[in-house]
Design a protein around this ligand. Sequence first.
Ligand code: ME8
Length: 494
Amino acid sequence: MKTIKYLTTPIYYPNNTPHVGHLYSSLLVDVWKKAAKLLNRKHYFTTGLDEHGQKVAQAAAARGYSAQEHVNHLSAKFIEFFQHFNIEWDYWVRTTSVEHKMAVQNIWMKLKNNGYIYKGNYAGWYSISDETYLAEKPEQESEHIVWREEDCYFFKLSALEDQLKKFYEEHPDFVYPNKRYNEAMGFLQNGLKDFVISRPKNRLYWGIEVPDDSDHVIYVWIDALVNYISAVGYPNEEEYKHYWPGKHVLGKDILKFHAIYWPAILMATQLPLPEKLIVHGWWMRDDAKISKSLGNAVPLDDLITKYQVDGIRYFLLRGIELGEDGQFREDILKGVVHGDLANKYGNIFLRMLGIIELRFGGALPNGMPNLKTKEADALRKTLDRLYYSVDTLIDEPETMSEYLNRFIEVIVQINDYFQNNKIWEIEDKVEQAANLYFLMDIFRKATVLISPVLTNSANAVMKFLGFPECSMKYYDSNLPLEYISNRPRLFPKI
Ligand code: ME8
């Protein structure tokens, strides 16, 4: 029986170093996982690499490495990159692992025994960058698109068309957002053709062997999709049943593989289908998708120095509505980090601390005041909405944009409260202290609730306030009253 919520990212091709697009998919799941942890729920997050296939083999050859050396090197690079952004997965997938290979061969045998695999011959155009056959001759030939004519095994996808249609009709929420559900329905309405699921080994050696025919290797997409179950212990039923089915986060570029091929493979092997597909858009640079193959990624080192890891994490989530495309440009990043984090979040913190230092010698008078004004109640309600958005996010990862909106609403309202009530001018010290305590309390709570996104800053704020760590344990407790010096500079402006 399923006992643990499970969310995955795509596994990335190590044909080049990672960029902001990969970070985005993994960040979405990371924040979801951190939110679950914050509220004490046990969730599971996998991400990693799709290490086989022609694209990776070519990249290795171009660097003069063996494929295995090449993927080992890039696996370390991806790990380092993600760790730098505080991404914390539970399991790092590598499709060259023995466990994964066994799971893929197990699925192959099941497909075969259930009558879904047959041998044939294929001739057509193959796109190496997408690792897929093209339906038509490309307008322009390139080194990335090659003509292939070879013996191969086919997967009987056409036999599952009706079953897939029925499933889609019965599960209108299977794909988020709705436009991607409609796109998947479009694939079904156009009719499904059987597809090639192997390559002769003398043409491509870098793959998992077909179990009962060592002259062929298994198509990289079958290999890759099976990671979603091998990562949680498949074929060991006792193990994977605690996790599977899970939800998949993916980019819109690989919708067909996840919306059609993967459910079809699961149907053909009589395994449960995923709970949901959450499909996000692309980070663009001008008119082009940022991609490893195009090599148009924006270098991040300089941006990290200027806007910090948290600034970039925040921008990625706030800069585009989940499901839409967005431009990854420094001026837009700067606008979001300055607008939300420097001018609103960081600034109100400093203004409150300024008065606490000036009028109270750096210590806040004791006690949790119970301000009963309408405005104070409104602010508490906005904070409650933020709290519920974290709770909702844990069950519905697609509500990510909503969560970020709720956060900034609280921060804007703290700023408005401070400004409208001219907190710095209140003569009566008791009244001033009560207002400051109230605002600092809401600020602290909002900080805890946004800690899945602003990992470093939230920790720094909580430690500065005198808490041992940033966690829900310190959400409701009294605020420590003595503030240490060296306040953190949150998101200084560039
Ligand atoms: O397709 N914007 O690997 P891949 C947003 N191995 N997301 C982006 C992006 C961008 N500009 N560029 C990449 C593969 N991504 C297969 C997947 S899964 C069983 C196998 C993200 O290295 C996004 O999630 O080409 C996209 O779907 C994925 O990286 C593609 O990574």
